[in-house]
Design a protein around this ligand. Structure first.
Ligand code: BTN
Length: 187
């Protein structure tokens, strides 16, 4: 079965893996992404996998929206619209830029940094992509948010840790205001 959403990179099969590639739950119940091989006829190791495309819209359990731009290599960029902010942050929430890396073949891990455009803090997220029988595709992440403190003696209270799960989303499911924000940034 091919990936229904079309997010997986489609690959050509040489001989050690089945022809089709997919994202999602495998028929035998194992969650993994089958992939492929080179188009040049080189031999490949069995079970070789290729990192999935993270590009697109994702939403976490807080209602925050992450948009990752289409990218060719491991480096990616995008934008983040958080649904919540820290108590100390007075300014209104605005779209913020992200930059990140995903790992190479055989690894579905990634990390990205958000420079909040409306606060003096920075958040780093790290996580892994998983096919998911319920949501199609998910990103399990952990984050650290670093707030700016006035002096070194407050360093101990400057960092908070947490966890977010993102599910594959689409702008069609977002309000017109959110769609406008993301669309404006692209143009
Ligand atoms: C700030 O308040 O200084 C910036 C916004 C921080 C939002 C945090 S980052 C981790 C967590 N996940 C989200 O989607 N939002 C919060």
């Amino acid at each position: 079965m091919l990936c229904r959403e079309g997010h997986c990179r489609k690959l050509k099969t040489l001989r050690t893996v089945p022809k089709e590639t997919f994202c999602g739950q495998e028929e035998n119940g194992k969650d993994h992404i089958k992939v492929s091989t080179s188009t040049t006829g080189d031999n490949i190791a069995p079970n070789m996998t290729m990192a999935p495309s993270l590009a697109g819209i994702w939403k976490n359990e807080l209602g925050s929206i992450l948009s990752i731009d289409e990218h060719d290599g491991n480096l990616f960029e995008g934008t983040y619209l958080t649904a919540v902010k820290s108590e100390e942050t007075e300014d209104d929430i605005k779209l913020s830029d992200i930059v990140g890396f995903q790992q190479q073949d055989n690894s579905f891990t990634f990390g990205f940094t958000v420079r909040w455009s409306f606060s003096d803090s920075v958040t780093v997220f790290t996580g892994q992509y998983f096919p998911d029988s319920e949501n199609g595709e998910i990103l399990e992440t952990m984050w650290l948010i670093r707030s700016n403190v006035d002096n070194h003696s407050k360093d101990w209270e400057a960092t908070t840790v947490g966890k977010n799960t993102f599910v594959r989303w689409s702008l069609d499911k977002c309000s017109p205001e959110i769609v406008e924000m993301f669309t404006k940034r692209k143009n």
